[in-house]
Design a protein around this ligand. Sequence first.
Ligand code: APR
Length: 234
Amino acid sequence: MSAFDHIVILTGAGLSAESGLSTFRDPDGIWAKHRIEDVATPEAFARDPETVLDFYNQRRRGARDVKPNAAHMALARLETEFPGRVTTVTQNIDPLHEWAGTRNLVHMHGEILRTFCMHCGDRMPWEDDLTVDLVCGRCGNTGGMRPDVVWFGEMPYRMDEIYEDLARCDLFLSIGTSGNVYPAAGFVVEARRAGAHTVELNLEPSEGVSMFAEVIHGKATEMVPAYVERLLNG
Ligand code: APR
């Protein structure tokens, strides 16, 4: 019988790094090659939609060809075998959690394999490149088809559900995130307020490392399977 019965897991780009997807703030990361204000804000899209769409076209192509790693698989196993509730909240826009089998999943920053029309709001799965001359299938307008990804200055998705889960959890795991971006970086505070045990599993100390009761440093594909095994059969 586990000591816990309600786990919330927050994941970031470090979880997908060993699947071959770049992180954001590592020395060779995405924000070392692109300026956020040029490619990841509503203003950038209004000013230069081709540059923004091309930035996400590159990432969409990359996300189609990668595979879940042992850390994704371990988290899917945890959801399947853990007797209590497990909610995975990911900042990642790649599909690797679902491809590993995780089902109770919240993509708070959206999904690179979905698009929506800014004119009519129609949302749909989308695997090809997006271009400015694409015609929306529902409203017939062009110029509005954008990645279903939350940009800086926009509200992340399903925040009410996330805060409800955090208020009830008794174990909070933060995996592969630098703790630089809110509201995700503040989830550990909500979990502590709920009395949860909080664990950071990351390659190196995050910005918020001092707020965690337990800290494990290492590579996700090594420490996450080991931690899940401990949780399930410890
Ligand atoms: N195993 C575990 N952790 C790793 C690994 C690995 N193999 N490789 C890198 N990391 C860690 C890094 O040390 C870093 O702390 O993963 C973290 C990645 O941090 P970021 O690149 O800042 O990514 P993330 O925290 O997910 O960014 C949050 O910021 O730019 C926005 O919307 C974007 O969702 C993103 C958000």
